[in-house]
Structures are given as structure tokens and as C-alpha cells.
Design a protein around this ligand. Structure first.
Ligand code: FMN
Length: 493
């Protein structure tokens, strides 16, 4: 008799040597291996699971020599009793870690395509109304109401419209889009099909960052499987879905630069308006949305907008998907209703600081996100609280820094990043980021001049007010919040 063992095939699990276990046990006649998506508890990988009397049992940080006790059922912990997972409230990631990513049968068994089936029973306006009720906002960073964008695109008279999944996921410390594409690619496809039906589009693209080779191949394979199973042909219409690989540019995650890149040009930002929902790809109405946004849509259609809106806070409905990284004890993916404080997340899920590390700062929202010191840990993770604090939730990346971190170097690093990644179209970003980097380099090497901090603040305010897109517009935030909260470090250099 063979025992079925589940091991994640996610890139992060493989980085923690999940492949070595799989290779070691593959030929064993007692074992049937299934490579799955990941639960996102990366600090427990490689995590081996098998069925138990009351659901899955797990063996965290498994080693080759653990096979005998795993087969004997010794020492496993019930998956539902792992606090990191048990305390979450997952919607989009609810089934992660259980199924083989490219198995259509597994996807169906976990309720896959039920959102699409419901959408097919509604007319396009009813689909959009359901999203309006859900109050889902885009998860790519700008947090724009999803229904409103879909409504604009639907109302355009054009015969050609596009659905584009933004899978550029350039923010350092974010990985939930990658997990979706590697782990439940059919869910992304389902969300895009629903969008296509709602706005009247038959053409779609997934724009996947170059640095995600596994995600790229998995989503491509998933499209081929979905097509062979007839899922791209609904109601007598064929949805053509292609996967395109970016060339490694951060600014190509900005929706208009992404469209330029898709059209075969340099990834330069376009002036808005017109917005892509009116004139996007090839000047046609286009919905550009984040992978996580699309992947959230099927549950809303399947279970209803009201059900989704019942989670979260007044203006931030549903769940927030956080990606914990940096110097925490328990890095990984956390999906919870909006509204928890940063401190709760850091302790309840992150498990506090890594051994020997002391907290210094936390950054939310990627390289353009604000830095918070200990006194700000009470801030709630929701759009309204972050807007009040002049900060952004972005794509949900949270990076924790310890006391060894040199804040001047960190600020310099982020400004240098923007100087490297600026598309060059607007002067405040192109020139401002270079001047900002030069000032920070001066301070970093002890050659700061009187008035440099005032100059940096002035430059920051100009970039915020006049840049064409949020790359230049948000670049000053990590720098200015670092100066505000750690002023002594900038003075003593
Ligand atoms: C410099 C820059 C980089 C961005 N990178 C991404 C990205 O990697 N992924 C993403 O979904 N949105 C990114 N955005 C936001 C997009 O412009 C756009 O708002 C988003 O794709 C819309 O999707 P949503 O409505 O689902 O949030 C970026 C924006 C800027 C200014």
C-alpha cells in the first residue's frame, strides 16, 4: 500500500530544499508524491503533509530521514493547529497547499470555476453590480474600486477590448502574485474570464515578470490545459489568452508603461487621461488589474458581494494579503480581514523578531512605501488608516528591519533604485531621483552639507507634486519617513 505525501512545488519551498526531499523519496514504493501549491508558511518549509484521521497532518522542516516516521504517522501536527495558519482568515488563499497546481480535477474539486459559472448566469451589468456590492478595490497598489473600472470599460462602444493581468510584481518583498501563478493558475484565468464577460473582451494577456520563470511556465501550461478543456470557450465566444514575459523593468509594472511594453515599445509611462479603461492597449478599452485582484473575483461571484463585504473595515472590505519578510521569525503569506494593527501582524503571525535581532523599522508597500518606527506599530492595516498616515499599503509587502540597519544607506538605496528604474519620461523623476541619490551619497560618506536635509525635503515635495506616475511621486516617501523618524542618523554622518 502506498501513502500519498504532499510537498509544495512553490519556488520558496524549493528554495528551502523541498526538491531534495521529493527526489530522495520519489522511487520509494511506499510513497506516492504529489507536488502542490504552498500554504505560504515559508519558515516551515519543507513542509510534508499526508492525510490524517481528521484532515491533513504536517511535518514541518522535514528531512530525508523523517520518511519512516511520516509513513508511520508519528509526530505530525494537525495543519489546522499550526497557529500561523489557524489564526488567518483566508479567502483567496484558502485552498493553497492542498492541490496540484495544474490539475483541473483538483481545481474543480475545490470549487474552481464556480465563480465563472455564476457569472455566466448573469448579464454583464449584474456581474459589475456584484463587484460594486463587494467593494473590492484593486490590490496592485492604487486601490481603485474594481467595479468602477470595469463599468467604464464595459460602457465603451469599442468592438475590441482587452483584459490584462499585471503580473510584474516588482515590489521587493512581495510574492503573492507569484504564488497564485505557480500554485492556482486556473484561479487567475477564471478571474480574467469573468472580467472578459463583464466588459465584453475576447482578448487577454498575462504580463509576467522575467524574474518569475516557474510562474511563467506554469501559467502558460495552465492556459493550454484550460483551453483543451474548453474553458476558454463560453457562450459561443472564444477568449484568446496569451502570456507575455517582461524584460526586467520595475516601471513596467505601472499600467501604462506595461501597455507600452506589450505593444513592443520601451516601457515608458503615458500621460493620463485617457485611462486604460477608455484607451489602453492599442488604444482600445483595457482593464489592467493585478493578479491578486483577478484571483479574488471568482470567490466574490461564487459566494456573493455581500458575503465578501462582510469582512474588513468600513472602507477596506474583504481580506488583505500580507507578505511578511525581513528580520521576522516567521516569514510568509498572511491573509486576514483588513483592520489588524501592524504590531499584531508582527507578533501573532511574524512570531516577533528573528533570534538575536532587535526591531528598528518596518516598511509597508514595497520600495515606494513609508518606513515606520516602533511608535507607529499601532497603525491599522486598512486603506483609511494608511491614507491618514500619508502612507500606502501597496501590494501588501511588509519588510522588517533590525537595529543593524543603517537608515541613511537604506534611504540612499531606495533613491538609487528609483534613479535606475525611472523610465525618464518626466523630469522630476528622471533628474530628481539622481539629485536625491547624490545628496544621500554625500551624507552617507560624511560629506553632507548644511541644508542638505532641507534640500532633500524640498526635492521630495517637488517630486511628489509633479511626477507623471507614482514611481517619482512616491520615491521620496521612504527617504522622508526615514529622516523624520531617525533624524539623528542623518545628522551624525
Ligand atoms: C512604478 C510602479 C510600479 C507598479 N508595479 C505594479 C506591479 O508590479 N503590479 C501591479 O499589479 N501593479 C503595479 N503598479 C500599479 C499599476 O499601475 C496599476 O495601478 C495596477 O496594475 C492596477 O491593478 P489593480 O486595479 O488590480 O490594483 C505599479 C505602479 C507604479 C507607479
Amino acid at each position: 500500500m502506498t501513502t500519498r505525501l504532499y510537498i509544495s512545488n512553490d519556488t520558496s519551498a524549493r528554495a528551502a530544499r523541498a526538491d531534495r526531499l521529493a527526489e530522495a523519496w520519489e522511487g520509494d514504493a511506499r510513497v506516492e508524491l504529489v507536488r502542490t501549491s504552498s500554504r505560504g508558511a515559508f519558515f516551515l518549509e519543507p513542509l510534508v503533509e499526508r492525510e490524517g484521521p481528521e484532515g491533513r497532518l504536517a511535518w514541518p522542516l522535514a528531512r530525508r530521514e523523517d520518511l519512516t516516521r511520516i509513513l508511520a504517522g508519528e509526530g505530525g501536527v494537525a495543519i489546522g493547529k499550526i497557529p500561523f495558519l489557524a489564526q488567518q482568515h483566508r479567502i483567496t488563499f484558502a485552498d493553497f497547499g492542498q492541490a496540484a497546481p495544474l490539475s483541473l480535477a483538483d481545481f474543480r474539486a475545490h470549487g474552481g470555476w464556480s465563480g465563472l459559472h455564476r457569472a455566466l448566469s448573469l448579464d454583464p451589468q449584474e456581474i459589475i453590480d456584484e463587484l460594486n456590492i463587494s467593494r473590492l478595490r484593486g490590490r496592485g497598489g492604487a486601490a481603485f474600486p474594481v467595479w468602477r473600472k470595469w463599468q467604464v470599460a464595459k460602457d465603451q462602444p469599442s468592438g475590441v477590448k482587452y483584459v490584462v493581468a499585471n503580473a510584474d510584481e516588482g515590489d521587493a518583498g512581495t510574492y503573492c502574485d507569484r504564488m497564485i501563478m505557480e500554485g492556482e493558475p486556473f484561479r487567475l484565468i477564471e478571474g480574467m474570464l469573468i472580467c472578459g464577460r463583464a466588459i465584453g473582451a475576447d482578448l487577454g494577456y498575462v504580463y509576467c515578470r522575467h524574474e518569475y520563470p516557474t510562474a511563467f511556465h506554469t501559467i502558460r501550461e495552465a492556459v493550454a490545459l484550460a483551453q483543451a478543456a474548453g474553458m476558454l470557450d463560453q457562450d459561443g465566444r472564444h477568449f484568446q489568452l496569451d502570456i507575455v514575459q517582461g524584460a526586467g523593468s520595475y516601471v513596467c509594472g505601472e499600467e501604462t508603461a506595461l501597455l507600452e511594453s506589450l505593444e513592443g515599445r520601451r516601457g515608458e509611462v503615458r500621460a493620463k487621461p485617457p485611462y486604460p479603461a477608455i484607451a489602453g492597449l492599442n488604444c482600445r478599452p483595457t482593464i489592467v488589474s493585478n493578479v491578486l485582484t483577478f484571483a479574488t473575483v471568482p470567490s466574490i461571484l461564487a459566494k456573493g458581494g455581500e458575503w465578501y463585504a462582510a469582512h474588513g473595515t468600513e472602507t477596506s472590505r474583504g481580506t488583505v494579503v500580507l507578505q511578511l519578510g525581513g528580520r521576522v521569525k516567521q516569514p510568509g503569506l498572511v491573509e486576514i480581514p483588513f483592520g489588524a494593527t501592524l504590531e499584531e501582524v508582527l507578533h501573532r503571525f511574524g512570531g516577533g523578531m528573528a533570534p538575536g535581532a532587535r526591531f528598528k523599522a518596518i516598511q509597508v508597500g514595497g520600495p515606494l512605501g513609508s518606513l515606520f518606527s516602533e511608535s507607529h506599530l499601532g497603525i491599522r492595516l486598512c486603506y483609511e488608516a494608511f491614507a491618514d498616515a500619508g502612507a500606502i499599503l501597496g501590494h501588501g509587502g511588509i519588510v522588517v528591519y533590525d537595529e543593524e540597519t543603517d537608515m541613511v544607506e537604506l534611504a540612499r538605496h531606495y533613491m538609487a533604485f528609483v534613479a535606475d528604474e525611472s523610465c525618464g519620461k518626466c523630469t522630476p523623476c528622471r533628474i530628481g531621483s539622481v539629485r536625491g541619490r547624490e545628496i544621500l551619497e554625500r551624507i552617507q560618506t560624511g560629506q553632507g552639507r548644511a541644508g542638505d536635509l532641507v534640500l532633500l525635503r524640498d526635492l521630495g515635495e517637488t517630486m511628489k507634486a509633479t511626477s507623471l506616475c507614482a514611481l517619482g511621486g512616491r520615491a521620496p516617501y521612504p527617504v522622508l519617513t526615514a529622516i523624520e523618524q531617525f533624524p539623528n542618523e542623518f545628522r551624525k554622518k
